[in-house]
Design a binder for this molecule. Structure first.
Ligand SMILES: Cc1cc2nc3c(=O)[nH]c(=O)nc-3n(C[C@H](O)[C@H](O)[C@H](O)COP(=O)(O)OP(=O)(O)OC[C@H]3O[C@@H](n4cnc5c(N)ncnc54)[C@H](O)[C@@H]3O)c2cc1C
Length: 283
């Protein structure tokens, strides 16, 4: 039998106090697009639902000291309609444009996407390529800042402790970066990514001076393809260089086969999408 209690704190302080007292019995509810399906399918059968949707201090996109700071309750729609995100973090903007459908985007929050992260989470992959930092807080340990790579701990697992709340995610603002996000699913809309990829580039003329490449659904967590990044730095993009990079990226990932795609197909896709994403970023 299911048993739920509900509470709706109105400040971060009150939320932290509830999490401190309740520990793992508490479940933060933000946009509820993951939690509600989990309750409906009885993956969650009892808990105290801590509805944080009234915490207005966790909403919004701000630029502080050349860093873009996104409050935990900012929705995918708000990111998609933000000029700051479109112009200074285009890789994230593209991911938000390909995320679910307008109804889900209006509720789904960026931090709800990363708290118990699917390896295919579309919001997480661009944040990896932007080298984002996650800010969390609890009553016992205060505020902690974690690079998103450290925050991702496994399929559906993050470094978040039961009494911690995600406050925001932030990354360096840059107008001169070129970015590309590609989501490959089994249909054009409302698809879970078979693979998703985010590429951020900086160029000097035609030569790549910096690049960050992140992929999702190719391992237990979304990951950076560091060897491929290293290979591309200092090179001009030619068909030959792209072919070599496409082979290299396959050696850095360990996708599984499941009902959506075989391991071999995902490996093949990774090479194809890397090439397309670099070309799209350059274009
Ligand atoms: C029809 C449908 C389509 C979808 N399509 C996509 C898609 O295209 N791409 C994709 O990546 N995902 C998709 N999703 C999954 C989901 O929408 C996202 O993961 C979304 O970002 C979750 O955010 P939320 O605010 O709804 O999280 P919630 O459901 O409220 O919470 C999710 C988890 O995060 C925790 N949490 C939330 N906020 C915080 C916080 N501030 N601090 C600590 N913990 C927190 C919650 O406790 C819970 O464990 C889809 C879901 C549905 C139902």
């Amino acid at each position: 039998m299911s048993s739920f209690n509900y509470i709706a704190p109105v400040t971060v302080e009150e939320t932290l106090s509830i999490l401190h007292k309740q520990g793992s019995n508490a479940r933060i509810a933000a946009g509820c697009t993951n939690i509600m399906p989990d309750i409906a399918s009885k993956k969650i059968t009892e808990c105290l639902l801590v509805d944080i949707s009234g915490l207005d201090e966790l909403r919004g996109i701000n630029v502080v000291d050349n860093r873009i700071k996104i409050g935990a309750l900012t929705t995918i729609s708000q990111l998609r309609h933000s000029e700051v995100i479109e112009h200074s973090a285009s890789v994230l903007w593209q991911a938000c444009s390909q995320f679910a459908d307008p109804l889900v985007r209006n509720r789904a929050t960026i931090c709800g996407n990363m708290a118990k992260p699917s390896p295919a989470a579309d919001g997480v992959v661009p944040l990896l390529a932007l080298e984002a930092t996650v800010t969390v807080e609890s009553l016992t340990t205060g505020k902690r800042e974690l690079p998103i790579e450290e925050f991702l701990a496994g399929p559906g697992k993050s470094a978040l402790r039961p009494d911690e709340l995600i406050l925001s995610v932030s990354f360096k603002a840059a107008n001169d970066r070129l970015g590309s996000f590609i989501k490959f699913g089994l249909r054009k809309a409302m698809a879970i990514s078979l693979i998703n990829i985010a590429v951020v580039l900086e160029l000097n003329g035609k030569t790549i001076t910096r690049t960050k490449i992140a992929l999702g659904s190719v391992g237990p967590t979304a990951l950076r393809a560091r060897q491929t990044e290293g290979f591309l730095i200092g090179r001009e993009i030619t068909p030959e260089v792209l072919s070599q990079a496409a082979e290299l990226v396959k050696s850095e990932i360990s996708p599984i086969g499941d009902i959506r795609a075989s391991r071999e197909y995902r490996l093949h896709l990774a090479g194809v999408l890397l090439r397309r994403a670099v070309e799209a970023a350059m274009a």
